[in-house]
Design a protein. Structure first.
Length: 260
């Protein structure tokens, strides 16, 4: 059942991407042209062009992702930490396996901030939680996200003995559940949760439902710089932020509805 939910969530995420709808508009225009429906084709092409210009110029994703990033404060004051949980999403398992070098992506702050916190709290246990959350990895050589992050830690001379690797999870629900089973936190322990700021609301809800009692959110990897500051032609950047925001809001609603 979990595998079916995983596959369904990935297909839904694909259908919710802004570029998917842009492609459907263009495909509809082509079909209309082939059928001789010039008026309909013209309307679809105009809609596609207007949408493309709006997405390229205006950071619409900032309007959706900024409220998520403001849910928890940055750099919370902390004095004692028993453990630090770092969620995957920053690693490139396929690239790492192919090149035999650690490959990170735009969410690299999850790893760099986690590493800084690990040095700041030398007695804390470090739990790296990530399997593979991409369907394409099922048919390609890849490394689990936790192993990629562990390799990044080891390259800085970090001791392997401090690391706990949870490498089976494919989504946030499994991150929370599998991490709890691995860490077995005791009452009174304080754990930091490190993930992207836009993802923290869903992550905290999942960890609380999984039984974690004292988890302190430590958001990193902020994406929204402000609507006016980001306005200007940046189609790839604006699409990326919009896709992230839509995926996250739908994920929050879906998790709440399913009790995950």
């Amino acid at each position: 059942m979990d595998t079916l939910v995983f596959i369904a969530s990935k297909l839904a995420a694909f259908l919710l991407r802004a570029e998917t709808w842009e492609t459907l508009l263009l495909a509809g225009a082509l079909i209309a042209l082939l059928r001789g429906r010039i008026r309909a084709a013209r309307g679809l092409l105009i809609s596609a062009l207007v949408a493309l210009l709006a997405l390229g110029i205006f950071p619409l994703g900032d309007l959706l992702i900024a409220p998520l990033e403001r849910t928890y404060p940055a750099n919370p004051r902390i004095s004692h930490v028993d453990g630090i949980i770092i969620l995957g999403g920053a690693e490139d398992g396929v690239g790492t396996a192919r090149h035999h070098q650690v490959q990170l992506n735009a969410a690299a702050e999850r790893v760099t901030a986690g590493l800084a916190l690990a040095h700041r709290f030398p007695d804390a246990r470090i739990l790296l939680s990530a399997g593979s959350g991409a369907l394409r990895h099922l048919a390609r050589e890849s490394m689990p996200g936790a192993e990629v992050m562990a390799a990044a830690f080891r390259e800085t001379g970090f001791p392997q003995a401090r690391l706990l690797l949870e490498s089976r999870s494919r989504n946030t629900t499994e991150n929370a559940r599998f991490s709890y089973n691995l860490a077995q936190p005791t009452p009174g322990e304080t754990w930091l949760l490190v993930t992207s700021a836009f993802h923290m609301r869903r992550a905290m809800a999942s960890f609380e439902r999984a039984g974690w009692e004292a988890v302190v959110p430590y958001p990193v990897d902020y994406r929204a710089d402000g609507f006016l500051e980001d306005t200007g032609w940046d189609l790839a950047g604006h699409l990326d932020t919009l896709d992230l925001a839509i995926k996250e809001w739908v994920g929050i609603w879906a998790y709440a509805a399913s009790g995950r």
